[in-house]
Design a protein around this ligand. Structure first.
Ligand code: SF4
Length: 384
């Protein structure tokens, strides 16, 4: 049977889609880029922003005619939208056969079997009780770069974020499993590995072994040195770090370990301490700047990127100007800038979404323009 698998969203989803493909390939399925040629159409979805959900609804709707022509075709919605929207998906997209949340992706072959034997509108979701992280077969299709999931879920409950509700509670993979996966990937010729987690700095919480993220980096670096003496050809990146958990231990490990990249993605979200408090981020702008100062002092030749949200409920012009000021002062190497949209279950979705769309767009463009100028001046003057 031929599978069409379309991925939406972040690196974690990209990784999950790759692993689902590996799993299906190991069960004898093959793949096509053409929805019209497929027997099974899977959409691995994202709920982080409303726009991402709208794209999925529009795409899956546009393919409804395929099911009308061939009722045996199987449609599955995977990932965060399955968790967040559940039965509501079947109301809008009745031709979808099953939903499968991120914690059940290893069950997809079994779900497909159930649909083939007559199952309809099946729902595999776990809510916050996600249990373990699904494990996939060792055999995988990789090039020079690969992702390795080290933890999943989040217990931070930032007030705008749906992730804790769709990816479940925070849980980490034991370090021996991570090291084995990295060794296998290095043996297959992978030279750049990105460690993934919603909040990699909390790695290790809840594990029986006593380990934190900087110790995990040390273990990985030791392993890579055994494989490649100088560790010059094997590099480790990681995503994403939460400022409230990023500290000196991490920066010292980044500075000391040759295999670990000097790039840090540290989402600021807002330059206003008042808005950061409403976002439940656990730091002030002053604390964030101190973290950046420590990071740049300790990790030489580093690069820093961030995420920013404009138009959070109650964001005044002054709050926005604080964000603009922070952007100009901190001089990030790159910044991903988003317009706020309310997400289901979240605390912020109960607040009035009171920044008009036009104003959100103005603030968004202004930050983008400012960041573009910062980037140009950094290219002209690399010492900035
Ligand atoms: S740290 Fe906050 S923004 Fe990041 S995944 Fe957790 S709740 Fe969402």
């Amino acid at each position: 049977m031929k599978v069409f698998l379309k991925n939406y969203g972040c690196q974690m989803n990209e990784h999950d889609s790759g692993r689902v493909k590996d799993l299906l390939a190991s069960e004898g399925f093959c793949f096509t880029e053409e929805p019209g040629e497929a027997d099974i159409l899977l959409f691995n979805t994202c709920s982080v922003r409303r726009h991402a959900e709208e794209r999925v609804f529009s795409r899956v709707s546009s393919l409804k005619a395929l099911k009308e022509r061939r009722p045996d075709i199987i449609f599955g919605i995977l990932g965060c939208m399955a968790e967040a929207l559940r039965e509501d998906i079947f109301i809008k997209l009745p031709h979808v056969d099953f939903l499968c949340g991120p914690a059940d992706l290893d069950k997809i072959p079994e779900i497909i079997k159930r649909v083939k034997s007559g199952g309809r509108h099946l729902i595999y979701v776990k809510a916050r009780k996600s249990g373990k992280i699904p494990e996939f077969p060792d055999k995988r299709d990789v090039g020079r770069n690969a992702y390795v999931k080290i933890m999943e879920g989040c217990d931070n409950f930032c007030s705008y974020c749906v992730v804790p509700y769709v990816r479940g509670e925070e849980r980490s993979r034991p370090s021996d499993k991570i090291l084995k996966e990295i060794k296998d990937l290095a043996d297959k010729g992978v030279t750049r590995i990105t460690l993934l987690g919603q909040n990699v700095n909390s790695y290790g919480r809840g594990l029986k072994e006593k380990i934190d993220f900087s110790n995990l980096l040390k273990k990985i670096d030791r392993l890579l040195r055994e494989i490649d003496k100088s560790a010059r050809n094997l590099k480790i990146d990681f995503l994403t770090s939460h400022p409230k958990d990023a500290g000196l231990d991490l920066f010292k490990a980044m500075a000391m370990l040759e295999s670990v990249s000097k790039k840090l993605h540290l989402p600021l979200q807002s330059g206003s301490s008042r808005i950061l408090k409403k976002m439940n981020r656990g730091y002030t702008i002053g604390k964030y700047k101190k973290i950046v100062k420590d990071f740049r002092k300790i990790v030489k030749g580093s690069s820093l990127s961030t995420d920013l949200i404009v138009g959070f409920p109650g964001e005044t012009r002054k709050d926005f100007n604080d964000t603009l000021k922070a952007l100009k002062e901190i001089l990030f190497d790159s910044a991903y800038i988003f317009k706020y949209s309310p997400r289901p279950f979240t605390a912020a979705s109960k607040l009035k979404d009171d920044v008009p769309q036009k104003e959100k767009e103005r603030r968004h463009s202004l930050l983008l323009e400012t960041q573009k100028k910062i980037l140009l001046s950094k290219i002209r003057n690399p010492s900035l």
